[in-house]
Design a protein around this ligand. Structure first.
Ligand code: ADP
Ligand code: F6P
Length: 470
């Protein structure tokens, strides 16, 4: 075993008799890394996906093992559906009016984190093997591991935005969670802005001293670094070259009718800015009627966190908007919005990317947003419209930036893009942007991301590990 990844989400989901990649940035990014490097992945085993405690993947020639942890439903309710998705998720995305502060969430979260740590300890027999803990579901795990293995190599990666301390101060148990994360030797975040925010937040923790990009804590130095995540570029390139996928892309264009295809691909999450995007599309069709019958938006939304009322509400809102827009503007078989509410295998998404003249990636906040990279990498003549509030905006400066809250502004930007494409204006500029974006995405490749993070984790700690201070 060369690496232990610990993540709430398993890398695969059940489809029919087989397993396909799970949806979500973390799983889609780390799955190819484990396939290449081998190792173990410890995750919550969702009962719907079967009761196997151990899964070797890929089944024909196993490269890594998924250790599936079965958690009591009440604990999942408090920890995953509660603390992770109703407290930390909205907080990290700056949506403070959605944050729920409940002590029973914290109790369940502590207990789930303990179970994850115990599962890791039961298979982590060599402290030189790095353990890489992922994301906001498992903030307490690094410190639990540290207490048991003071010399162990422990990394932690935060996949979502890290907001400034003023936002974190809303959380009554911030100190406990931060102390949990600081059990790691290395904390990774996507951007320099998140790193700065993390360090500033550590200043709130009594006993922690921030020195440059290090946090001195309990006799150790915890390094904090920006490691922007990427996609598996080789895999996406292969998919984009497959004749079956290219034919599907052509079919999608034909089915849309008209001249232009736009695409949005998201988990159905209130952070993704889907209602605002649809409102901009509606505004455009109202104010610039020349695009009626000429441009179609494929909005793909994968069901996510459907047990939570906030996500159900969002679904009702989006259903209603799509119905209203199509009802108002549909003509002669042309639909302004083609809405697909389901998961697709990643290759199928590539067909949509290839088909689209414009991708709308307009989250209200996003840690990175891999869809932006996937589209920029695959498209041959498309335009990436990207929210300035996504981490991806920091690493893809050649994308066309928009403010996702500004519905009128977005509608006008889209009108401008469609007009320039229709008139063949600015072709050189679009080409130059596309080429520059492809270089950026190539440099961010996920295998390089993992290699850089793990190489940094391998480095000796800046301050020799001493006995933990009480
Ligand atoms: P998040 O992690 O918040 O879901 P990202 O954009 O970083 O956001 O990652 C989403 C990942 O899930 C991408 O790799 C994307 O291809 C995948 N994905 C998004 N929508 C779907 C869908 N409908 N079906 C399958 N995969 C999807
Ligand atoms: O990339 C951010 C992330 O929150 C992952 O941690 C998570 O696995 C993914 O999005 C999808 O969410 P969920 O695991 O709740 O389905």
């Amino acid at each position: 075993m060369s690496l232990v990844v610990v993540a709430n989400r398993e890398p695969l989901r059940r489809e029919g008799d087989g397993w396909v990649p799970a949806v979500g940035g973390l799983a889609t990014a780390l799955l190819p890394v484990l396939e290449r490097r081998g190792g173990a992945w410890v995750a919550w085993g969702e009962k719907d996906a079967g009761s196997l405690p151990l899964l070797h993947y890929p089944p024909a020639a196993p490269r890594f093992a998924v250790h599936r942890l079965f958690l009591p439903p009440r604990e999942v309710a408090g920890s995953y559906h509660g603390m992770a998705n109703r407290t930390l998720w909205p907080l990290a995305h700056y949506l403070l009016d959605r944050v729920e502060i409940r002590r029973d969430f914290l109790t369940a979260y502590r207990s789930t984190n303990r179970r994850f740590a115990e599962a890791v300890l039961s298979l982590w027999d060599d402290p030189h093997i790095p353990v890489w803990v992922q994301d906001y579901h498992l903030m307490l795990v690094p410190a639990l591991l540290r207490a048991a293995r003071p010399q162990g190599r422990i990394g932690f990666f935060w996949h979502i935005p890290w907001p400034p301390p003023e936002v974190w101060q809303v959380l009554p148990w911030l100190e406990e969670l931060l102390a949990g994360v600081l059990g790691a030797d290395l904390v990774g975040l996507h951007t320099a802005e998140y790193v700065d925010n993390f360090l500033a937040t550590c200043r709130l923790l009594p006993g922690a001293v921030v020195r440059g990009q290090r946090v001195l804590w309990q006799g150790r130095a915890v390094r904090v670094e920006a490691h922007p995540i990427g996609i598996d570029t080789a895999r996406f390139r292969r998919w984009a070259a497959e004749p079956r996928i290219r034919e599907r892309a052509a079919r999608l264009r034909r089915a849309a009718g008209g001249r232009f295809v736009l695409v949005g691909v998201d988990r159905l999450d209130y952070t993704k800015g889907i209602p605002e995007r649809l409102a901009a599309w509606e505004r455009l069709l109202e104010q610039h009627p020349q695009w009626r019958g000429q441009a179609t938006l494929y909005q793909i939304a994968v069901p996510s966190r459907t047990r939570l009322e906030s996500y159900r509400q969002l679904k009702r809102r989006v259903d209603e908007q799509v119905g209203r827009i199509n009802g108002a503007f549909m003509q002669d078989g042309w639909l302004p919005v083609r809405y697909l509410y389901r998961a697709f295998p990643p290759q199928e998404l590539v067909a949509f990317y290839l088909a689209a003249d414009v991708a709308l990636v307009t989250p209200l906040r996003d840690g990175m947003n891999l869809v932006a990279q996937e589209y920029a990498w695959v498209t041959e003549n498309g335009v990436l419209v990207l929210s300035n509030l996504a981490g991806a905006a920091a690493v893809l400066p050649e994308a066309l930036r928009v403010n996702p809250y500004d519905v009128d502004g977005l509608a006008e930007t889209l009108h401008g893009i469609l007009a320039s494409l229709a008139e063949g204006r600015g072709r050189r500029t679009w080409e130059a942007r596309r080429a520059a974006l492809k270089e950026r995405v190539a440099a961010l490749d996920v295998h390089g991301w993992a290699a850089r993070f793990l190489a940094s984790l391998e480095q000796a700690p800046a301050v020799p590990a001493g006995p933990p201070r009480r």
